[in-house]
Structure formats: C-alpha cells, structure tokens
Design a protein around this ligand. Structure first.
Ligand code: ADP
Ligand code: MG
Length: 690
C-alpha cells in the first residue's frame, strides 16, 4: 500500500529531519492528486539509465541530499538529458562533485515542456499563522517581488484574486502563444491550502517552479519543511458580550481628581460635562467631594455594584485596585493609566498580575494605557483629554492609541459624528477583534474605522472582519509599515507588528479597506457615513472648471468607475440648461456661471437617468456657502453625491456647512473618485454576499 502523507512525515522525522527532499515532497503532493514531473530515486548510474529508458523522453537529474536545499546553486540539477550517454555522464559528474555530502540518491524525472513559470509557497506569519504566496517568474521572483499573499485557508474567490492581483498576471491570459490554465492553477492553490489546513505540521512549502500550460500544469520542484505538530492555535472563541461596557448604568473613576489639569480631573469632568445619565462615583481617598459629587475612599465603599470602573492610579498600584474592583463585583475595568508593558519587563509583570486577577473573577479588562470609551448615544465620554460637545453619529472608531482617537476630535467633530470611539491601548484582555465585533453589533454604528499598530488575534480578526464587511464597511489605518515605524511601535504599545504586505493581503481578503493615512481614513468614513452606496459604476460629473472635470474623469476611470451616459431626453433637457459656449454632457461644465440652482436642476436630470450611479460636484470655494441649503434639499433617490472643492482648507466655515448638510467635501477629484470607488466596491460585496 502507498504511504500516506502522514507516514511520509513520520518517516522523515524518525530520521531526525524536518526538511523533506524533493522526492519526498513530490510524493506527498502526488498523494493529493497534484501533478508533478515526478522524482524517481536512482542509487546507481545503472538505475538512473534504467529509469531514463522507461520514460522514453528527455529527463532531468537532481541531487537528493538532506543537506542540499538549493540544488542548482551547487550544480545539483542537470536538465534535458536526451541520451543514455548524457545521463551516465551527468550522473558521474554529480556523484563526483557531491563526494563527501550525504546523498539519498539522484532524482530522475521527466523534463517538463516549457511553460509559464510560477511559484507557490507557504510561510508562517507571526500574526496570521500560515500564509499562501503566489508569484510569477520562477527564478526571477526574488527580483521582481511580484507576489500576492493570503492567509490560509483560502476560498475559491481568494485563489482567483491572488492570481489576478499579481502585476504581470495578464501574461497568464496569453502572450506570444503562451497561456495558462487558470482554473487548474486556481484549484492547485486551493489544494495546497487544504493540504496545509489538514496537516498543520507543514511549516513552509515551496513549489518553485510550477510550469503552467494552456491545459494543466506541472510542479517541477517541491520542498516542504515541517514544524511543531501543533494543531492550529485556534481555541474556539465565543462571541463576548461587551454591551455593558458601552452602555453602563454606573461608572466609578478611581483616581478622580478635584484639581484641574490632572488626568483624573479630565476624565471625571468629561463624564460630568457630557451629562452621563447613569450614576457617577469619584473614588479618591483624600477627597470628600469631586466636581460636585460625593467622593468615596475606595470602590468597596460605594453603596451599589458599579458596572464600569475606570482606573487612573499609578501602574504599580493597579493590581491592588483591580483586586478591589473585582471584590466589589465590577464586571468591566478600564485601566487608563500608562507605564506597563510599553515600558518593559517590569510593566509586563504588573500586566500579568492584573490579568490573572481579572480572569479569576471573570471581569473584563480594557487597556491599560488607553483613553477609555466614548459613546455619544449614551452621553459617555471617558477620555483622558477634555472633549468638547459631540453629536450622535453612526461612525465607530477602534483605536489602539488614545490620542489618535479622542485627541483628534477637537477638529473632526465639526465635520463628522461618531457613535462610539473605543481605545484599546495595550490590549491586555480586550483586543482589537473583540472591539471590532462588539462595535459592529451596535445598531447605531454603520461605518467602522480602526487605527491599529498590531493585530493580536490574527485568524479570528480575519473571520470576524470578513463577516462584518458583508454588511458594514471597515476602514483600517495600520501603522508600523516601515522598519522605522516598527521600532516606534515596539517602544510605544509593546506589540509586535507583522510583515506589512501580509497585512494588506489579509485586509483585502477580509473586505477591509486599508487607508493610506488619517486624512484618507476620515475622508472615507465621512463619505460612507453620510451618503448611500452607489449601485452603479456610472458617475455624473458637474463642474465649473474644465480641467478639474477632466481630472475627475481620469480619476474615476483609474478607480474602476466610468462616466455615465444620459438617455436622449435627459441630454435634451440638459442642453437647455447649458450655456451656448460649452459642449459635452459629462462632465457638465458650467464654467463660472455655475450656481446652486443650475447644479440642482442638473442633478435632478441625473437622478432620473438609469445610468447614473453617483455624482461628483466640483464647486468653487469662494461661493461654497451658497450651495449647502440647495444641495441638501434635493431628492437624490439613493444616489450618493460628493463635493470636490479645490482650496477647501481656506473655506472651512462653508465646508462645515456642507458637511453638516450631509455632503462630504473632499479636496481633489482623485480623493472623490477613490471614495466613490470604495463605496461602489463595498456595495458590490454586500450584494454578492447577501
Ligand atoms: P533548486 O533546488 O535549485 O530550486 P530546481 O529543481 O528548481 O532546483 O531546478 C532548477 C531549475 O531547473 C528550475 O527552476 C527549472 O527552471 C529547471 N527545472 C527543474 N526541474 C525541471 C524539470 N523537471 N523540467 C524542466 N525544467 C526543470
Ligand atoms: Mg526550485
């Protein structure tokens, strides 16, 4: 009976190896029905010749040694041997040059026909576990770096996407008589995914090269490296109920202060000033009352069981205070103090102490080193910095760093409304995925933004995010992309960031939009939160400046959208509106005669058109204020509109007016096109997954 894959692995391990030589790797692949060029082992020159004869065509000889990983680098590969003499000579030469190296034999295999060379590999990512790589170019892959990644396991759609994503993938569709069997490649990727899922001890795998043909493929070289025989570290995580954290009836602030300027003053003042409707308990052993409310010496003195306790005492005191909270029955503890793992070993130990206390009592812990939670829907602001008046909104923000969330509110609150802002800090217990899941379940939240420096629960993050993006869009800004950035992360929130390219791949795989920077994230958030999703890719552009119209037309095309085409009667109506000296009906260019009324009438024509999915209005900064009321009053019938205003930063009062009227204002046509494209793709995803 043929050896099963597991038997091959066991035998290799018995020999004290984790590296499978080519013939062993190929044998494992063949068991799954993956086609290779074979690899028969010859232990003598005569055996090599006999195998050659049985093939009846040109062969390849390769050295098989547990010590030779890159065979051709050491002269261990002889291609295209056509005669018995050539086989004998190659064998002799190889035997001579590998004298002294332990050799398992010489692989004799069929010489594959030329085809398109690709590479398929598996590696371990510290955050996401096994990842699959696909790339073009065979040996050139390391130079070209034209590769795509996905976290394993992959879906059929993932497989196709990772093929298409590689820049040169047009080559696979056919050039100069070469083309590739894409369905066969797709199922090969899926087979590898399944193989690694079923055999978690496969740590690395390299199929390089695989020759692709118009029909089928052949794996010419394979290498598998085994690791620990651990099952996937995926303990079943039950969805957690964090609602009590977001909608508490009572909040205690341990370390609340009556001295303005202190952080303990800020946090308590935020809760008081934003009129948190539940009970507030300042805890401070040296105060009778704080900011008008009766203070308690310890949490244990409070006459009721508090839902949420915010801790602001120094790091060294926190374990004791966490213990007191647990003893008095608090379920959610938020540690806003800093000075923990981000500072080194000692801080890490304090974290561990806190964690084990919380765990023992079944309490959940947020932070440390965070800025609490803001939930405008229950008038709750726990931030470390003073926060001004906020309006209730539908945007959720999960932020690793406190200042990046609440600190930016000073300005942002004028043009966008948040529902929940949750900071997670060092993520000792509640991590980004827990928060993401909890916030996505909140009925007030329709768009989710995240600022991340690392991801703790890799695989679960993907699964959770994937589920959410079927309905609600997620925009992530992930920093620590560069080596320099990573160093900053290590000293900042004490977390290890993974390879950036894999993050991008995983985000794509989960339907997450990756933002380039803050501006980008909040541009998208405003567009997604204020406007409906476009159901068609046709864009109707209205402008006062021809050049900006042309730029917009280019930009939408670059982003996979297109100019919409009005029906004849729409066109006729439009021509009556247009001044005589302009031509063209999309972009519609009103030059400096553009005004709110004419824009309104034009939009109404577009609303009626079957082909229009969305609107871009390019408006003059100097008269921007005159548009807000009119544009607000239009019945768009579910079609989104975004305004583009060059120089908007010099007309902020009017930009705020527009934003308050529900119309996002972005600075460049490129930004608008990008936002509409993100919205359109999300709409498509929602439709597809429905
Ligand atoms: P290495 O261990 O150096 O990666 P390979 O087995 O990949 O060794 O061989 C080196 C190169 O030789 C491959 O990249 C491929 O171009 C070519 N090659 C290897 N095996 C075959 C084969 N069976 N048919 C045709 N070409 C082959
Ligand atoms: Mg190779």
């Amino acid at each position: 009976m043929e050896e099963q894959i597991e038997d091959i692995f066991v035998r290799v391990r018995q020999e004290g190896r984790t590296f499978l030589m080519e013939h062993e790797s190929k044998a494992a692949l063949e068991r799954l029905g993956i086609r290779t060029t074979g690899s028969e082992v010859a232990r003598s020159e005569q055996e090599a010749v006999d195998i050659f004869r049985s093939f009846g065509g040109p062969v390849v000889l390769k050295i098989l040694s547990p010590e030779v990983v890159h065979k051709s680098d050491l002269g261990g590969v002889r291609l295209n041997l056509k005669t018995e003499g050539e086989v004998r000579r190659a064998y002799q030469e190889m035997a001579a040059s590998f004298m002294g190296t332990p050799i398992a034999g010489v692989s004799v295999q069929e010489m594959a026909r030329p085809g398109i060379e690709v590479i398929i590999g598996v590696a371990q990512d510290p955050t996401f576990g096994p990842v699959l790589m696909f790339g073009l170019g065979g040996v050139l892959v390391e130079v070209l770096k034209e590769v795509s990644f996905r976290s394993l396991p992959i879906s059929e759609a993932d497989a196709l996407e990772m093929i298409r994503e590689v820049k040169g993938s047009a080559l696979l569709q056919g050039y100069r008589g070469h083309s590739a069997d894409i369905p066969a490649l797709q199922s090969l990727l899926l087979q590898i995914s399944q193989m690694v899922e079923e055999n978690p001890e496969i740590r690395e795998l390299d199929l390089n090269p695989v020759f692709l043909y118009p029909q089928g493929y052949a794996v010419a070289d394979a290498r598998i490296i085994l690791g620990e025989r651990r099952p996937q570290p995926q303990k079943a995580v039950v969805s957690q109920d964090l609602r009590g954290l977001f909608y508490p009836q009572s909040v205690a602030v341990i370390g609340a202060s009556g001295t303005p300027g202190k952080l303990g003053w800020n946090v308590f003042a935020n809760l008081v000033r934003h009129k948190f409707p539940g009970k507030l308990y300042p805890i401070n052993p040296r105060a009778e009352e704080i900011q008008g409310l009766k203070a308690y010496k310890r949490i244990g003195d409070v006459p009721e069981t508090v839902d949420v306790a915010i801790i602001l005492v120094s790091a060294s005191m926190t374990p004791e205070v966490v213990q007191e909270c647990c003893d008095s029955g608090v379920r959610y503890i938020i540690v806003e103090s800093a000075g923990f793992a981000e500072l080194g070993e000692k801080g890490k130990q304090i974290e561990e102490q806190m964690m084990s206390i919380a765990e023992k009592h079944g309490a959940r812990l947020l932070g440390p080193n965070c800025s609490g939670i803001i939930n405008t829907h229950c008038h709750m602001v726990q931030s470390i910095g003073i926060v001004d008046t906020l309006c209730k909104g539908n945007i959720g923000l999960v932020s690793q760093a406190g200042v990046c969330a609440a600190g930016m509110l000073w300005g942002l609150r004028r043009i966008m409304d948040f529902g929940i802002i949750a900071t997670i800090g060092n993520k000792l217990d509640i991590n980004e995925t827990d928060m993401l899941e909890a916030i996505s379940q909140d009925e007030n939240i329709e768009v989710i933004c995240m600022y991340l420096e690392s991801v703790k629960a890799g695989r679960r993050f993907i699964d959770v995010a994937r589920g959410i993006t079927r309905q609600k869009p997620i925009v992530v800004l992930k920093s620590g992309r560069t080596e320099a950035g990573k160093k900053a992360v290590a000293s900042h929130t004490a977390s290890l960031a993974g390879i950036d390219q894999i993050f991008s791949a995983v985000f794509r795989q989960s339907g997450i939009v990756r933002a380039r920077d803050y501006e980008h994230m909040f541009n998208l958030a405003r567009a997604l939160s204020k406007q409906p999703l476009p159901q068609k890719d046709g864009v109707f552009i209205i402008t006062y400046a021809g050049s900006l119209g042309v730029i917009a037309a280019d930009a939408i095309t670059d982003n996979g959208l297109r100019l919409s085409e009005l029906e004849p009667d729409g066109k006729a109506r439009l021509l009556q509106l247009l001044p005589e000296y302009v031509g063209g009906t999309n972009p519609v260019d009103y030059t400096f005669s553009q005004n709110p009324e004419v824009v309104k009438k034009t939009i109404e024509i577009g609303v009626e058109s079957e082909d229009v999915g969305s609107f871009i209005v390019i408006l003059q900064a100097e008269i921007l204020g005159s548009y807000a009321e009119t544009l607000k009053g239009i019945d768009y019938r579910g079609k989104p509109i975004i305004a583009c205003v060059a120089g908007k930063e010099f007309a902020m009062e009017d930009v705020i007016k527009m934003e308050k009227a529900g119309i996002p204002v972005l600075a460049t046509p490129e930004e608008v096109a990008d936002a509409l494209a993100v919205m359109f793709r999300h709409a498509q995803r929602v439709k597809r997954e429905a």
